[in-house]
Design a protein around this ligand. Structure first.
Ligand code: RB5
Length: 156
């Protein structure tokens, strides 16, 4: 069974249980990495790290990180090797990001969109697969090269 790791900070908490239901309804096993309430502040990099570690260890194929805007979670997740995260607040990006860019972490802002759109976005993300075409693999390999200590500030 495919596994989804999901986490939220206090700003994203409100959507987490609904997206877990959606994923389970699609046959995904879910790993809920918190937080458990909107009442206590949680730092979004900790939520992103928890999800990223599961993917890096091969214990989950996909991840979702929720914060208020989706932006902080996305920035943090993309600092982790092997993580390709995108903020998606529309269904096209949610599936195309996987199909073309092999996005493996979806970031959503619970202060930006409501639960039904977030549910459709989750369905689009989890239902998509990387298309594995030559041009897409070439671009993905360039992304991976950037991750391996590529250009540094001042390089040309
Ligand atoms: C928390 O208040 C908020 O800053 C956080 O959830 C997120 O929006 C960061 O990008």
């Amino acid at each position: 069974m495919k596994r989804l790791a999901i986490a939220a900070d206090h700003g994203g908490f409100v959507l987490k249980s609904r997206l877990i239901e959606v994923a389970q309804g699609l046959g995904w096993e879910t790993l809920d990495l918190g937080t458990d309430s909107a009442d206590h502040p949680v730092d979004y990099p900790d939520s992103a790290k928890a999800v990223g570690l599961e993917l890096q260890a091969g214990r989950a194929e996909r991840g979702i990180v929720l914060c208020g805007s989706g932006v902080g979670a996305c920035i943090a997740a993309n600092k982790m090797r092997g993580i390709r995260a995108g903020v998606c607040h529309d269904t096209y990006s949610a599936h195309q990001g996987v199909e073309h860019d092999d996005m493996n972490v979806l970031c959503v802002g619970a202060r930006i969109i409501g639960s039904e759109l977030a549910s459709e976005i989750t369905r689009a993300f989890l239902g998509a697969t990387f298309q594995n075409e030559e041009r897409l693999v070439r671009r993905l390999n360039k992304v991976k090269a950037l991750e391996q200590g590529g250009p540094q500030p001042g390089d040309r």
